[in-house]
Design a protein around this ligand. Structure first.
Ligand code: ADP
Length: 327
């Protein structure tokens, strides 16, 4: 009798223990490398370029920010590395002392966070090697920076240049390189920083399509090999589909899409790049015009309101906004 009462209790305890053992411990649950919590940015002058945005970026993720020109991609990236101060919200970074980015640990955060820019930001009259070594500046003390770079630093920079296929250009002036090569130097400089997080702001927007794809292939390969977390803003949908683990779509400073490349349907894409119908309507009656564009003009955050001549700007496809600019 006693056994029949005890056995079910024992059975229940064993089952509970088994369930507990199978449950991941809090330390096993993957923690986001970066958590953006309700970050918004209003520039001096009152334009809100980024409305309250929350985002979690997992370690090793290659996350693409997609959107038309003016969608707020740069503003989001710049607020993540502290080049722009968020008006609201907070940033949490795994491994950063104190976790939340504050002005006290901003320098530490920036050291761990490398940036690749659209226009490369190289010093043209300096050698490729000297430009790459700039990636180590943040780790140097003011005193050490008075001295020339040491042999170990140079060897490290040369090793990174080899990874981006430019070892033979190390001693050439940076401004003698092609646009694609200059962006490879920009990537090498970022890698020399040994970042935990790589931010790339339209890194291939000024390159022709073939070079853009080869530069992004290189960046993606390196990030995956090094398990480096990357946040890359792009306006080319085809490249986002090719390389992204996850895509976050922005429009008018708001996240309007979040998903894998397979979720980016033509309808989502059309919505992401939809332009307010603000073109002049030559056949419309003058009094009918306000009804034709009520939503865009009623929106106080519409970028057209900040534009001196909005109605005459033709609707542009995303691929023509920033592409093919000379480097
Ligand atoms: P994207 O990177 O998607 O092209 P941006 O973040 O550069 O978009 O810009 C978003 C909006 O913020 C645009 O309307 C742009 O004109 C505006 N903007 C960007 N930088 C500034 C600034 N420093 N001051 C005022 N407005 C800005």
């Amino acid at each position: 009798m006693l056994m029949t009462q005890v056995l079910p209790i024992l059975d229940h305890i064993v089952t509970s223990l088994k369930e507990l053992a199978m449950k991941p411990a809090p330390s096993d649950i993957p923690r986001a490398l970066l958590t953006v919590e309700d970050v918004s940015v209003t520039y001096p002058g009152g334009h809100t370029a980024l409305h309250s945005t929350s985002l979690r970026v997992q370690p090793g993720e290659f996350l693409v920010l997609l959107g038309a020109s003016g969608a707020g991609k740069s503003t989001l990236l710049r607020s993540i590395n502290g080049l722009v101060s968020p008006s609201t919200g907070s940033l949490l970074v795994q491994g950063l002392s104190g976790q939340t980015v504050t002005r006290h640990n901003l320098r530490e955060h920036r050291r761990r966070c490398a940036m690749v820019f659209q226009q490369h930001h190289l010093i043209g009259r300096q050698t490729v090697l000297a430009n790459v070594l700039m990636g180590k500046l943040g780790a140097r003390t003011a005193w050490a920076s008075l001295w020339p770079w040491g042999r170990a630093d140079k060897l490290e920079a040369l090793a990174v240049l080899e990874r981006v296929g430019l070892i033979d250009k190390a001693l050439e002036r940076a401004d003698t390189l092609s646009g694609g090569q200059q962006q490879r130097v920009g990537i090498a400089r970022a890698l020399l920083q040994q970042p935990r997080l790589l931010l790339a702001d339209e890194p291939v927007a000024s390159l022709d399509p073939a070079t853009a794809q080869s530069v992004l292939t290189l960046l993606h390969e390196i990030c995956k090999k090094d398990q480096l977390t990357a946040l890359v803003s792009l306006h080319q949908v085809n490249l986002a589909r090719l390389f992204a683990d996850r895509i976050v779509g922005l429009r008018h400073g708001r996240v309007v899409f979040e998903g894998g490349p397979q979720d980016l349907t033509p309808a989502v894409e059309a919505d992401l790049y939809a332009q307010p119908q603000l073109q002049a309507q030559p056949h419309a009656q003058p009094q009918a015009q306000p009804q034709a564009q009520p939503s865009a003009l009623a929106d106080p955050d519409s970028p057209y309101l900040a534009d001196p001549a909005p109605p005459s700007i033709p609707s542009r496809s995303p691929s023509t906004t920033k592409e093919f600019q000379p480097c």
